[in-house]
Design a protein around this ligand. Structure first.
Ligand code: NAD
Length: 302
């Protein structure tokens, strides 16, 4: 299949490309390298250095590459940045995504796979969070991601372009920037590998759903043929405390780092994990890595 991956030089996008190239796919990439890096990028792709907000480059890609599917990862991915600069967040995440949709409509694209987020659920009213959980938007980042989910539904209804929305939990793995949305694992990894103390906010008993990036890449690849018109959680379905994360990482790395407990951060959600059963069924996919295996690979220890 001919596939355009936006944000393919980034953390998750680059792993998706590695998975796509293991099969018979022809992949091209649009990335402005604002957070992505050329060194992440598999050399087997056609790379276009450009911005989602530039309609001309999108038109050029559609004409030259004639993608049949688009995996849309490029985004402003930071919640704090979306609060500091909501106009930038909206211009990249909403306007940029609408440009992608318009380019798809004018091209030969049959399906768009969109990276959304568990942030659209806000403060959990029950756990695990299912796709039916009410949407509660707590920051511009969630608003912009949820807006694109709605655009996708409308484009399917009006123009017949298929989609699958994947709402990711906390993704971790190699190539992750310590400043990203799920950056806790990469921050811990840096400190543990240098035997430095690791800061844990609050008592460390807060929970998150940490999914390994290769499992997320496999979910995207599976969505090329499955999950038509669906909104799906991509997660392990398991809650892991920050203390468990720290001690598992300490164990697999043999580090002598200790935990340093700091005051809780205001606004942090205490517990979160996602029900992945719909995604498992619809995508015919399931996460293959347990936490230990994923952390070992992340820390370059396997
Ligand atoms: N990392 C997580 O835990 C997580 C969780 C939920 C959702 N997501 C979503 O997954 C996607 C990938 O996230 P990531 O962690 O790999 O982030 P990342 O920053 O590593 O990747 C984003 C990529 O998009 C590119 N990009 C940004 N703005 C662009 C623009 N205007 N035009 C072209 N390219 C642009 C960047 O250079 C980068 O390569 C994002 O849409 C993010 O919102 C990530």
């Amino acid at each position: 299949m001919r596939i355009l991956v936006t944000g393919g030089a980034g953390f998750i996008g680059s792993h998706i490309i590695d998975a796509l190239l293991k099969k018979e796919n022809k992949v091209c990439v649009l990335d402005n390298l604002s957070s992505g890096k050329m060194e992440n990028l598999n050399p087997g792709v056609n790379f276009y250095h450009g911005d989602l907000r530039d309609k001309e480059i999108l038109q050029q890609i559609m004409q030259k590459e004639r993608p049949e599917a688009v995996i849309h990862q490029a985004a402003q991915p930071s919640v704090p940045r979306s609060i500091e600069d909501p106009s930038y967040d909206a211009s990249v995440n909403v306007e940029g995504s609408v440009n992608i949709l318009e380019a798809c409509r004018k091209g030969e694209v049959q399906k768009i796979i969109f990276s959304s987020t568990a942030a659209v659920y806000g403060n959990p009213r029950y756990l695990p969070l299912s796709e039916e959980h009410p949407v509660e938007l707590l920051a511009p980042y969630g608003i912009s991601k949820y807006a694109v989910e709605q655009y996708l539904k409308v484009y399917k209804d009006i123009h017949g372009i298929d989609f699958t929305v994947l709402r990711y939990a906390n993704v971790y793995g190699p190539r992750q920037d310590a400043a990203g949305e799920g950056g806790v694992v990469s921050i811990f990894a840096d400190r543990l590998l240098n035997n430095d103390a690791v800061n844990i906010y609050g008592d460390g008993e807060q929970t998150r759903d940490f999914i390994y990036v290769k499992d997320v890449a496999a979910a995207n690849a599976a969505a090329l043929c499955n999950g038509s018109g669906q909104v799906l959680n991509i997660s392990t379905g398991k809650a892991t405390t920050v203390n468990e994360l720290f001690y598992t990482m300490k164990d697999v790395s043999g580090s002598s780092s200790s935990a340093r407990y700091c005051s809780e951060r205001p606004g942090d959600i205490k517990h979160s994990y996602l029900d992945n059963s719909l995604g498992v069924k619809q995508l015919e996919w399931k996460p293959g890595y347990n936490l230990q295996q994923g952390l070992k690979e992340t820390m370059g220890l396997s």
